[in-house]
Design a protein around this ligand. Structure first.
Ligand SMILES: Nc1ncnc2c1ncn2[C@@H]1O[C@H](COP(=O)(O)OP(=O)(O)OP(=O)(O)O)[C@@H](O)[C@H]1O
Length: 218
């Protein structure tokens, strides 16, 4: 069975048709790059994938069940979304990386956190750093650490390496690839041509709110 299915989905907001007649299917373990010009609807598509917003028309199914009927908290644990603009909260980095444990009522695994931070070139001392003093690239990596601490079924990534230098972008790509190889579905919005083809097995192109093409890469 398909993991995630869009059937004839429209999304309208503010008198504008942002997504039009979108149908698409994703299976467990897919790695799909979502590309298209600015304003073509890529972020809106990702927000629909995790029910941050719901279709104006049409349906989205998760494991064959209408997503609107899914428990929102349960869904958050199965489908993780990393935003284009990193959103950090609380005072310190620790407040952020502890959050995924708090929502799951699990004991914090400090060793795992420190090891994931290290993979992104952030040492343990960052845990006590105040969020407000961090650079854009540090914020982006910390928001990724927060997202990647638990393996979701589907990982939604929106331009997550845009504030990173080439070396850090590659570290992030490797980590995401590692997750995908464990079976996590990755839907990745990227403006970077090379990045969009590097690991993905499918390239989904949006244009003016419609799926313009779906190209198998390998
Ligand atoms: N809540 C909203 N109300 C009105 N218009 C919206 C809303 N959300 C998105 N839009 C508009 O819908 C279009 C698609 O936006 P979206 O952010 O999905 O595009 P995108 O392809 O991700 O763009 P970018 O590559 O620039 O991030 C844009 O024209 C945007 O201004």
């Amino acid at each position: 069975m398909e993991q995630l299915t869009f059937r004839d989905v429209f999304y309208r907001q503010g008198g504008k048709e942002i997504l039009k007649d979108v149908s698409a299917q994703f299976s467990a373990g897919d790695f799909v790059s979502i590309v298209g010009p600015s304003g073509s609807g890529k972020s809106t598509f990702l927000r629909l994938c995790c029910h941050l917003i719901s279709p104006t028309e049409g349906k989205i199914f998760f494991h064959g069940k209408d997503m609107l009927q899914e428990d929102p908290i349960g869904l958050r644990k199965k489908i993780s979304y990393c935003f284009q603009e990193p959103v950090l909260w609380g005072n310190t980095v620790e407040d952020n990386v502890a959050f995924p444990y708090r929502v799951r009522d699990r004991k914090i695994d400090r060793e795992k956190i420190v090891s994931l931070l290290a993979r992104f070139h952030l040492d343990e001392s960052y845990l006590s750093h105040e969020v407000k003093g961090l650079s854009g690239g540090e914020k982006q990596r910390i928001s990724l650490v927060r997202t990647l601490l638990f393996e979701p079924e589907i990982l939604l990534l929106d331009e997550v390496t845009s504030a990173l230098d080439a070396e850090n972008a590659e570290l992030v790509e490797k980590e995401i690839l590692r997750m995908n190889r464990k079976g996590v579905t990755v839907l990745w919005v990227t403006h970077n041509d090379a990045q969009s083809r590097k690991y993905a097995d499918r390239l989904l192109t949006l244009e003016n709110g419609r799926i313009q093409s779906s190209e198998e890469i390998k």
